[in-house]
Design a binder for this molecule. Structure first.
Ligand SMILES: Cc1cc2nc3c(=O)[nH]c(=O)nc-3n(C[C@H](O)[C@H](O)[C@H](O)COP(=O)(O)O)c2cc1C
Length: 440
């Protein structure tokens, strides 16, 4: 009997893209120069992603300029980790330019007042005609807290306790309008039926709100909720609320362990395991030949500027000063009150390597296994999904900067190869984001 090929056993899976609203590639050969922060580059990209039938695009965000590297802003600004523009207006522009793609900006439960956030999400879900999602983060940096009048961020687990209550509140606000509250009855001159709109009178440990929301219920009821918690309270929170979870893990075993754990936690919450789609971050490096892709990887990732950029970024989300470590020694034990999941995943990848090797092997994560032609990378993605069991990948640029050439390599090289094998969708089935996400 012949062994099944990976493709024949891999489930159909989902694709999303992970980006920042930073300047497009300003320093590379194929960049457009990074002079334009109007969002035009990303709006064009959103159309490309929709042509390739992606489920969604997620726009990362932070609320500070980091000084983690050497105690100054120099490296953060030098490498363009910041400026980072607000993802919410960009999501609106992307939604206007597309008709099926889900748009998912990041907003922090630590800093947005819940009423304003619930209202903003409801409004944009209307503008996007049911294609809005929220990447729920609790934030990870004291530097962010200091921009909002606090000395320090709340402790890691307390941030999740607050986020749980925050979500109870904002979901109650979205539910404060029944789906059929707007009646538009010309005879009685009634726009909305007041018996179908309620106060919520929410009294929590951290938040209070009277309600109701003063927006019509969002087309999706609740916007699609996306989360990336990796610690135990983070996973518990995600399993309670998320429609989609984004995660980092660099082997199929680690991906499977994470997804199985999330699916078990969903059952504990009284949800079905398939109610949440878990997407793993990967950063494919593509070429016309495997050798060409490998040469690209070597050239990009051994560049000292790239190594400094990755460690500056890693430092900004963990508030660890990576400039203090010898690049040619192993990473010493490190802990953080910031993004624990990212740090632990990086520390695992760095085991038995020098710090330099850890970065040149895998960048910010997800680059090591997906280097080759569209055919060989599609083989690998299929093999991973067959082993993990589903749900898909969150693609990001391995260089940490984005240009049209890279977007095209994915949308017009890799994705058509996946579509030919029936591994990803070739057409959207539904109009709304959540319906497409839960389609398979
Ligand atoms: C793919 C991915 C994207 C993320 N995007 C953001 C983001 O935009 N802003 C942010 O503050 N945190 C972001 N995070 C961090 C998570 O919200 C969370 O803090 C992190 O995964 C650590 O979770 P933990 O503290 O439960 O381990 C992201 C994490 C991952 C894996």
């Amino acid at each position: 009997m012949t062994e099944p090929t990976p493709t024949s056993v891999a489930p159909k899976f989902h694709l999303a893209w992970f980006l920042n609203f930073v300047t497009d590639d300003w320093s590379g050969t194929w960049g457009a120069g990074g002079r334009d922060m109007s969002g035009d580059f990303y709006v064009e990209m959103a159309k490309d992603l929709e042509r390739a039938c992606f489920d969604y695009v997620i726009i990362e965000d932070k609320l500070m300029v980091s000084t983690a590297w050497g105690g100054t802003m120099e490296s953060d600004l030098k490498h363009g980790v910041n400026p980072k523009h607000d993802p919410v207006p960009l999501a609106v522009l992307m939604a206007q330019a597309t008709s099926r793609l889900g748009v998912v900006p990041t907003m922090s439960t630590s800093f947005y007042p819940p009423f304003l956030l619930a209202r903003l999400c409801a409004t944009i879900d209307h503008i996007a005609r049911g294609r809005f999602g929220w990447n729920i983060v609790t934030s990870a940096e004291d530097r962010s807290a200091q921009n909002f009048g606090l000395d320090k961020l709340y402790e890691h687990d307390e941030r999740y306790a607050m986020a749980n209550e925050y979500l109870e509140l904002v979901t109650a606000l979205w539910d404060s309008w029944d789906a059929d509250a707007v009646v538009r009855d010309r005879d009685s001159g009634t726009f909305a039926d007041h018996t179908k709109v309620r106060t919520i009178d929410f009294e929590g440990q951290y938040y209070r709100s009277r309600g109701p929301l003063n927006t019509v219920r969002p087309p999706q009821g609740h916007p699609v909720l996306c989360q990336a918690g990796a610690s135990p309270p983070g996973r518990a929170f995600a399993a309670r609320f998320a429609d989609t979870i984004i995660a980092t893990a660099n082997t199929p075993e680690r991906m499977k362990e994470f997804r199985d754990d999330i699916r078990a936690r969903l059952l504990e919450q009284g949800r079905k395991p398939d109610d949440t789609k878990v997407l793993f971050l990967i950063a494919p490096i593509l070429g016309d030949t495997v050798a060409e892709a490998e040469a690209k990887k070597l050239r990009w990732m051994s560049d000292p500027l790239f190594i400094e950029l990755v460690l500056t970024t890693m430092g900004s989300i963990t508030e660890i000063d990576f400039s203090q470590f010898d690049l040619d020694q192993p990473l010493p034990p490190v802990t953080t009150n910031g993004e624990r999941g990212f740090l632990e995943a990086f520390a695992k990848r760095a085991e038995g390597k020098t710090l330099r090797q850890a970065v040149t092997d895998d960048g910010m994560g997800g680059a090591n296994d997906f280097v080759g032609t569209p055919e060989t990378v599609a083989d690998k993605m299929a093999a991973f999904m067959a082993e993990v069991g589903g749900d898909g990948f969150l693609i990001t640029s391995p260089e940490k900067k984005l240009n049209r050439r890279y977007v095209t390599e994915v949308t017009d090289g890799l994705v058509p190869e996946l579509q030919r094998r029936g591994l990803v969708r070739s057409a959207y089935t539904h109009e709304q984001f959540r319906d497409n996400l839960l389609d398979f």
